[in-house]
Design a protein around this ligand. Structure first.
Ligand SMILES: *[C@@H]1O[C@H](CO)[C@@H](O)[C@H](O)[C@H]1NC(C)=O
Ligand SMILES: *[C@@H]1O[C@H](CO)[C@@H](O)[C@H](O)[C@H]1NC(C)=O
Ligand SMILES: *[C@@H]1O[C@H](CO)[C@@H](O)[C@H](O)[C@H]1NC(C)=O
Ligand SMILES: *[C@@H]1O[C@H](CO)[C@@H](O)[C@H](O)[C@H]1NC(C)=O
Ligand SMILES: *[C@@H]1O[C@H](CO)[C@@H](O)[C@H](O)[C@H]1NC(C)=O
Ligand SMILES: *[C@@H]1O[C@H](CO)[C@@H](O)[C@H](O)[C@H]1NC(C)=O
Ligand SMILES: *[C@@H]1O[C@H](CO)[C@@H](O)[C@H](O)[C@H]1NC(C)=O
Length: 735
């Protein structure tokens, strides 16, 4: 019976696995280590299944990202066996009161008398009839209580978190928790041990494997730690001492974002900073989706995590939750970033292209800045109006010149016309692949945007952010007298981006991208909260450690081109580089550009199917974001469960073996082999470091000096509908 259900469960959750895995990629977090916050599944997926039951653990393991840590509240039986059970009062969560109706006991726990059924009164074998429950839906499921070791061998978690609430109590009952924990940690799996009793951690600290992290758990502020008799509130001021014993602390979430008595969120405390300053990791506890939420979160559970993991100017190092999937959603997110708007469908950087990007589900829309003659920053894909407008056929067609700093060929440049003049031009749709005309009926439709138009437009759209791209800044300063960095920050603050309400959905993450490190260095000095994105040179074969270290000094994220990821020759992939991996290892997010649907865009290996290419970048490369002319394609991939099926469920999304096709040519098709690649250059520090930007003269518009980037990002979009459907299906299957 049980095993039959178990098989059903696994066959269903395998689908969810990949879904949840998808958004899991490294991004920049302000955690102590810079790594993504840890998701800790309390008693497994205890929001759905009985806490600490095999279904709860199994489901958490398969339905959330692979590095989710499984939390077991360790209790000891009379015969010294550790079991995973949330509450020392066994009637809370099990059927013990029905199995041993007359066996109630009363004991003091931390000085308080408690009546009920306690593990210390039962040996392991006599507990075999007691079952778990959480919701009445699962009352009749045959869940047995797990011993810690039985659980380890059954579930084999990659990361196990043992929480010991009551060492003092067990000691009083003649049981040795220290000894027990020391013996199970020898079996591996255990990555964290937490306790609200500081002396217990102290006892462990001598004998424990140094890789196991000890975490001191704070409970309600007014309550005392029975091992020290100090209130948790008073222990807060002694983080330095805690650091001598533990490597981290765990606090109830209200320690970080306090809540008013009528359940609204207040401004955050300094505790995350204090803990990090003391060298301690800090984890937040008490998350679940089925509680009464502070009203600021509109009952959206995902919304509640964001101020803890990314939005609030800090990141906790992990969250303890009954619903780990939601936490994974909050932490991982593959960004869909438009490339000149939805430029595959409408002319670059026009109102139509942006509107399409928004409706197609881009998370971030982009504006690439160039300057007009009258000093107005505009959004355009090219400084040369030939490329993006019909200027050749306009009355300005004679304004041709050669500006060697920009290009050797003649052109009509944005800085040769005023905004009024440019706004009379008709835009021109891009077509990066000669034979592939894009959307001809709309090839010249749409309005061009100034940066200020773009900012106003984006402000109230459901986007997680905007990306502003700064090019040619040194030229603009030296030859044209425009301080572009200054103009961008002024435009942001004029458009009200520096005082957006961080708790509303309208706030946006502002990313500023440049391939000129000098621009980012200058921005770093001015706007500490903006996300600075460095665009690597095209086709790098590798990145040196020192270059990544240099980039890390001024950037939060990096853009690489597709050919730096999969080196190709004549459209055949020859190999995959380590560029993304190496950059991510430094804690920088990586976005890859430019993804396009035309079948000539993906290498032959991706079978003329853009979705295959996207899937490969998600599953093989673990990119943090896609920059695309066609946001809809990436959005559909993200939303569509069928395209995310992993092994065993469908062959449609099997990963393509990289480089095999080229080898096939090599072996069997004499002469058809793609030419060997010249070695691709390694990115060095010298490529990254630039002299500071020249001063702009004459000085342009006054500096705003405001911190326009100090705003917070809204939640990622994620297919929770899908997960809900799966869970419903699962319930139907089980009942
Ligand atoms: C179970 O324990 C929790 C906290 O430990 C408590 O809030 C809850 O009321 C208890 N439930 C039952 C049924 O005893
Ligand atoms: C477990 O407890 C039961 C009842 O108290 C007792 O009969 C049995 O011998 C115990 N078993 C072990 C292995 O201690
Ligand atoms: C508990 O076990 C630990 C480790 O094995 C040992 O050092 C300690 O003395 C034991 N405590 C008691 C009260 O027996
Ligand atoms: C804490 O207080 C209780 C009750 O006053 C006392 O029995 C116990 O020894 C104290 N523990 C410590 C570590 O001071
Ligand atoms: C939560 O909402 C209340 C009521 O609208 C508001 O006063 C408070 O500032 C909000 N909390 C935060 C952190 O913005
Ligand atoms: C365009 O602007 C550049 C820089 O100011 C200038 O050198 C060039 O002569 C201008 N071209 C025309 C046709 O005005
Ligand atoms: C990186 O540095 C090495 C040694 O200094 C040099 O040989 C190589 O050409 C450099 N690569 C680039 C891309 O500058």
């Amino acid at each position: 019976m049980l095993s039959y259900r178990w098989i059903l469960l696994l066959s269903v959750v395998v689908v969810v696995t990949v879904a949840a895995e998808l958004p899991h990629a490294s991004t920049t977090f302000k955690t102590l280590t810079g790594n993504a916050p840890l998701v800790i599944a309390r008693g497994g997926f205890s929001g759905l299944f009985p806490d600490s039951s095999q279904f709860a653990f199994g489901f958490a393991l398969s339905a959330t990202s692979s590095d989710t840590s499984l939390w077991c509240d360790v209790q000891l039986t009379k015969d010294g066996v550790g079991i995973c059970l949330r509450d020392v009062l066994m009637q809370n969560g099990t059927t013990i009161s029905k199995v041993y109706p007359g066996a109630k006991q009363t004991y003091r726990i931390n000085g308080v008398r408690k009546t009920g059924w306690f593990p210390v009164d039962y040996n392991m074998s006599s507990l075999s009839n007691a079952l778990f429950y959480r919701t009445d839906k699962f009352d009749f499921c045959n869940f047995r209580i797990f011993s810690v070791t039985g659980f380890m061998s059954f579930v084999k978690p990659s990361s196990l978190w043992l929480n010991v609430e009551h060492d003092v109590f067990y000691t009083e009952h003649g049981l040795n928790m220290t000894n027990y924990i020391l013996s199970v940690q020898k079996l591996g799996f255990v990555k964290y041990i937490s306790s609200p009793e500081l002396r217990f951690l102290q006892k462990l600290s001598g004998g424990i494997n140094h890789k196991v992290k000890l975490v001191f758990r704070f409970l309600d502020k007014a309550v005392s730690d029975p091992s020290t008799n100090k209130t948790y509130d008073s222990m807060l001021s002694d983080l330095a001492f805690i650091k001598t014993i533990a490597s981290g602390i765990m606090v109830p979430k209200s320690y970080i974002w306090p809540v008013t008595s009528d359940n609204y969120i207040q401004l955050p405390t300094e505790i995350v900073k204090d803990a990090h300053d003391a060298g301690l990791e800090i984890y937040a506890s008490d998350f679940s989706n089925d509680g009464i939420f502070p009203y600021n979160y509109s009952y959206d559970p995902l919304e509640e995590y964001l101020p803890f993991v990314s939005n609030g100017g800090f990141s906790v190092d992990g969250v303890l939750t009954d619903h780990p999937l939601t936490a994974s959603e909050a932490i991982g997110n593959i960004l869909i970033i438009s490339h000149n708007g939805a430029s595959g469908d409408y002319p670059d950087c026009t109102d139509l292209a942006y509107e399409k990007a928004v409706t197609d589900g881009a998370d971030v829309i982009d504006c690439s800045i160039e300057m007009t003659k009258d000093g107005i920053p505009i959004c355009t894909s090219s400084i040369n109006l030939y490329d993006s407008t019909d200027v050749q056929n306009s009355k300005f067609s004679s304004l041709v010149s050669v500006v060697p700093e920009i290009q050797t060929k003649p052109g009509i440049f944005t800085f040769n016309l005023t905004w009024d003049e440019i706004s009379t031009l008709r835009p021109k749709i891009s077509h990066p692949y000669y034979d592939f005309v894009r959307n001809p009926r709309y090839a010249n439709q749409g309005k061009l945007f100034k940066l200020s138009d773009f900012l106003t437009y984006a402000k109230n759209k459901d986007l997680s952010g905007i990306m502003i791209i700064i090019k040619n800044a040194a030229f603009m300063a030296k030859s044209l007298g425009f301080d572009v960095v200054d103009l961008v920050t002024t435009a942001l603050s004029n458009a009200g981006y520096n005082n957006m309400d961080p708790t509303t959905k309208n706030n946006k993450e502002i990313m500023i991208q440049s391939k000129d490190s000098a621009v980012l260095v200058e921005l770093k000095q001015r706007l500490t909260q903006c996300k600075l994105v460095y665009s690597l040179p095209l086709k790098v074969g590798d990145v040196s450690d020192s270059s990544v270290a240099d980039i890390k000094k001024f950037a939060d994220a990096v853009i690489v081109d597709r050919e730096s990821v999969f080196a190709e020759s004549k459209g055949f992939i020859l190999r995959k580089s380590k560029v993304v991996e190496d950059v991510q290892a430094a804690g920088l997010a990586v976005y890859v550009e430019v993804f396009r649907n035309e079948y000539v865009s993906p290498p032959v290996d991706f079978l003329a199917d853009e979705t295959v290419e996207i899937n490969s970048y998600v599953q093989m490369v673990h990119v943090d974001g896609f920059i695309t002319d066609f946001p809809k394609t990436v959005r559909r991939y993200k939303m569509n469960t069928c395209t995310r099926l992993g092994d065993g469920t469908s062959t449609s999304m099997k990963l393509v073996p990289i480089g095999n096709l080229a080898q096939l040519l090599d072996a069997d098709c004499t002469g058809g082999m793609p030419p060997a690649l010249a070695p691709m250059p390694v990115l060095n520090s010298s490529d990254v470091i630039e002299p500071p930007l020249p001063a702009a003269e004459p000085k342009s518009a006054g500096s705003s000096g405001t911190n326009a980037c100090d705003v917070l990002a809204p939640p990622p979009l994620f297919s929770r509908e899908y997960v809900l459907t799966m869970v419903t299906l699962l319930l139907l299957l089980l009942l």
